[in-house]
Design a protein around this ligand. Structure first.
Ligand code: COA
Length: 117
């Protein structure tokens, strides 16, 4: 398990709150968002680890930190979408995400993970 320091920047917008995450060394970034009208849902997107730093648990760390943000903000579930038939879909499934629904207009689906047991 990696122990990289993560910088979190919170942006309060009219319709949502966004959390921008980046490792201090710039090896990875990610975003999470909570919409004002669905405050129980953490919506994740834009996870990316620099190819030079992959397979060291940084992606998992970014997931864990985003989920902790969601729990702290009072969200009950975390959502993200992935393209169908990709290894990334399996990557998220191995990290607790399950099928939720089809994503309209794309060959993709929403995955969901409960944040509270
Ligand atoms: C997906 C991503 C964030 C994972 O980051 P990471 O730091 O390598 O993640 P981890 O070290 O925590 O996990 C590595 C795992 O990914 C698997 N993996 C990595 N590259 C892979 C590949 N090309 N094909 C299949 N599995 C792969 C490893 O086998 C390992 O499996 P595990 O679940 O048994 O541990 C990173 O590969 C990435 O940035 N990809 C491009 C952007 C992207 O796809 N983002 C997600 C959008 S939905």
């Amino acid at each position: 398990m990696t122990t990289k320091e993560i910088i979190i920047h919170k942006t309060i917008l009219k319709e949502c709150v966004k959390f921008w995450l980046m490792t201090k060394d710039g090896s990875a970034h990610a975003m999470a968002c909570i919409f004002n009208d669905q405050k129980d849902r953490l919506i994740m997107s834009e996870l990316s680890v620099d190819p030079m730093f992959r397979k060291n648990g940084i992606g998992l760390l970014m997931q864990q930190v985003r989920e902790e943000i969601g729990i702290k903000e009072g969200c009950t579930d975390s959502f993200l979408w992935v393209e169908l038939a990709t290894w990334q879909k399996d990557w998220y499934k191995r990290r607790g995400y399950k099928y939720h629904s089809r994503l309209e207009g794309k060959r993709a689906q929403w995955l969901k993970k409960p944040l509270i047991q």
